[in-house]
Design a protein. Structure first.
Length: 646
């Protein structure tokens, strides 16, 4: 690093979290108190927590919808719900879980953790980060506003045409879904771009690409996948909206191509399901070693498996369309590709098992969740490979077997790691420990309830029970399986409830945790809990994958330096490093808090609402407001100029 690149040579100093430097940084980085501060903050930790809390609230909403469905289906011939109500419930349940819980919760983890793990002071684009949260929140509220009006989306989360065409679904339900998805696409896209640039630009010096934690690989892969996949679905929903509102003929059955919808949807949909699991697998890969008291077995293999899964994941979408009458040759291709994709997953499974096997496991609550995850992953993987076989899929498609499979995968690979991860990082976020005893109880309730509830769905599926039916007659042999499923669902829900209770209780009464209660190896555990607004008092230099274990693992030759490093205190600054080796290149000026992101998000939502209601005045106002917000966002500010005034 030379002066020309950096514009100034920062001092290399030693400083602790109670030094005068720290006090000065605190002043520079702290979000202002009060409502204005709350609305304008761009602190990645605050945004990460908001993402997680909002996503968990959507999980609860989606869970309540599911429980109502399970009451209806517990016994044959029930009349709690009308067919239309059931349609709206299962659609909103799917939409909520997939779009408003599963990805956003992982974005929350990555937002909170990345800069702390990578040795940076914030994400590369802090205001974009705030924008992506607000748009997510508003898009979720936009779709949910339809619920109390009885106008919720009702054609399933994958919203097949021609059913979703205006001819067969004339209400406003599908338009709400379509516009909400276009809106949500903005959030996903800017969030993904932010992760990619953050990874390649803002790591601590020396944190070369082969030293980043696996969750970083997972979220990077998911983000690149999203950048390539989301345009397909945004386009599809926009075209559908045009069909419905202006009589274009992209998807109608008379002169359009209904199958085109399925292609566009699943070209997006399948990579998306990997985006819902790869970062969660990263959570396990990073946290499990802490409890096994050894580094992850096969870091490189797991990182490569992560990337490979996504690459193959772009070539399997037709496995959702085996029954649509496509030519046999393409079915064979996609069938084989869908089986091949199990290989990288198996590599990771073996890596986790080997880590547990050769380690010295500490059976704390997060560890239980991670072991359960490995088990459920294998069950869901096996039913996945079964449905990848075309002839078998012809029997199983649209039955409860698929519902069983998708829940094993989504709950097993997303919900279990997420809950384990919350137990694991809770002390970092709050400075308090969660209660172990309540944690164990809630773990066993969720694990037993989940299997009791969802395993019998395989059986009802094999017995021919179709998915998406609001009731069924007696005498088909489905009664026992359905009763078990409903009981299991409630046991599972009780476990989640207990977990949430533990969360709230520990927030108030938890024992103080200190900086590193699990004796973990990664950088986020090197600062006080909760971390200060500026994250690192001086920018550390990293020389291994386990900076906090070097004393134990590297023959007592620690080479990363944590308490000493670059002093960056001329305003909000962090260091920009090279893409692969993380050599320091430039001092990045970081923006302060701003209201522009929430204003832009609100304006975009107003625009969508106006389009829904055909209010051209409203749409014009929304567009104007968006323009004004962008102008204030992009207005040149002296403190953000990359050149230091001479
Ligand atoms: C208490 C936990 C849960 C229960 C009891 C439950 C139950 C159900 C039920 C009854 C259906 C409708 C089946 C049908 O009629 O075809 C369903 C569909 C679905 N669930 Fe869940 N679920 C739960 C959690 C989750 C989670 C956590 C996710 C994702 C992360 C999820 C994703 C889905 C999806 C994508 C569908 C398909 C919706 C559609 O067909 O359009 N579920 N679930
Ligand atoms: Cu798929």
């Amino acid at each position: 690093m030379n002066d020309a690149d950096l514009l100034r040579q920062p001092a290399n100093v030693q400083a602790g979290y109670d030094s005068p430097v720290a006090a000065e940084l605190q002043h520079l980085w702290k979000t202002k108190p009060g409502l204005l501060g709350w609305l304008s903050t761009v602190d990645h930790k605050e945004i990460g927590i908001r993402y997680i809390v909002t996503a968990m609230l959507f999980l609860v909403a989606g869970g309540l919808e599911a429980l109502v469905m399970r009451v209806q289906l517990a016994r044959p011939d029930q009349a709690l719900l009308s067919p239309e109500q059931y349609n709206q419930l299962f659609t909103m349940h799917g939409v909520t879980m997939i779009f408003l819980y599963a990805l956003p919760v992982l974005s929350g983890f990555s937002n909170y953790l990345w800069p702390l793990m990578l040795g940076s002071r914030d994400m590369a684009f802090p205001r974009l980060n705030a924008l992506s949260y607000w748009v997510f929140l508003f898009a979720g509220l936009f779709v949910y506003a339809s619920f109390p009006l009885g106008l919720a989306p009702n054609a399933g989360w994958f919203n097949y045409v021609p059913l979703a065409n205006r001819t067969y679904d004339p209400g406003v339900n599908i338009d709400i879904y379509a516009l909400g998805m276009v809106l949500l696409g903005i959030s996903t896209t800017v969030g993904a771009a932010n992760f990619v640039v953050t990874l390649f630009r803002t790591r601590a010096p020396g944190m070369s690409i082969n030293r980043v934690p696996i969750i970083v690989w997972g979220t990077l892969t998911a983000s690149v996948g999203n950048l390539l996949a989301v345009p397909a679905v945004s386009l599809a929903f926009f075209l559908l909206w045009m069909d419905r509102q202006y009589g274009t003929h992209f998807f109608d059955a008379e002169s359009g191509r209904p199958l085109l919808w399925q292609h566009l949807f699943w070209m997006f949909g399948h990579p998306w399901v990997y985006a819902l699991v790869l970062p969660a697998m990263g959570i396990v890969s990073d946290a499990l070693p802490t409890f096994c008291r050894r580094p992850l077995v096969g870091y490189t293999a797991v990182a490569l498996a992560t990337v490979t899964t996504m690459i193959i994941g772009f070539g399997v979408w037709v496995h959702h369309m085996f029954a649509t009458g496509l030519p046999p040759l393409s079915l064979s291709f996609f069938g084989v590709a869908s089986m091949v994709i199990a290989v990288p997953s198996a590599v990771s499974v073996f890596a986790w098992i080997a880590t547990i096997w050769t380690g010295n496991p500490v059976r704390a609550v997060p560890f239980l969740y991670f072991v359960a995850f490995v088990f459920l992953f294998v069950v869901g993987g096996v039913s996945g490979v079964m449905t990848a076989a075309v002839p078998l899929d012809w029997q199983l498609t649209d039955t409860y077997f698929v519902v069983a499979h998708l829940h094993y995968v989504l709950l097993g690979i997303n919900v279990f790691p997420v809950i384990g991860g919350i137990h694991y990082w809770f002390p970092k976020v709050t400075g308090k420990m969660m209660d172990e005893r309540i944690g164990r109880w809630s773990f066993w309730l969720t694990f037993v309830g989940f299997n009791l509830g969802f395993f019998p769905m395989h059986i009802s599926g094999l017995l021919g029970m179709p998915r998406r039916i609001y009731t069924y007659p007696d005498g088909l042999g489905w009664n026992t399986a359905n009763m078990l499923t409903s009981i299991g669902a409630f046991v599972f829900a009780a476990g989640i409830l207990l977990f949430l209770f533990n969360l709230v209780r520990s927030l108030r009464k938890g024992a103080p945790s200190g900086p590193n209660p699990w004796r973990a190896a990664t950088l986020e555990w090197s600062m006080p809990s909760p971390p200060p607004p500026y994250n690192f008092v001086v920018i550390p230099t990293i020389r291994s994958r386990h900076p906090l274990w070097e004393d134990d693992l590297d023959d007592g030759n620690p080479s990363s330096t944590l308490g000493q490093g670059m002093l960056l205190d001329h305003g909000r600054e962090t260091v920009g490093t090279s893409a692969l080796d993380a050599d320091p290149e430039i001092i990045l000026r970081m923006p302060g808090d701003s209201l522009a992101p929430i204003m832009l998000a609100a304006a975009a939502t107003l625009l969508c609402a106006a389009l829904l209601l055909h209010s051209w005045i409203g749409a014009g106002l929304g567009a104007l407001a968006a323009g004004a917000a962008l102008l204030s966002w992009l207005w040149p500010r002296a403190e953000l100029l990359q050149k230091e005034p001479s």
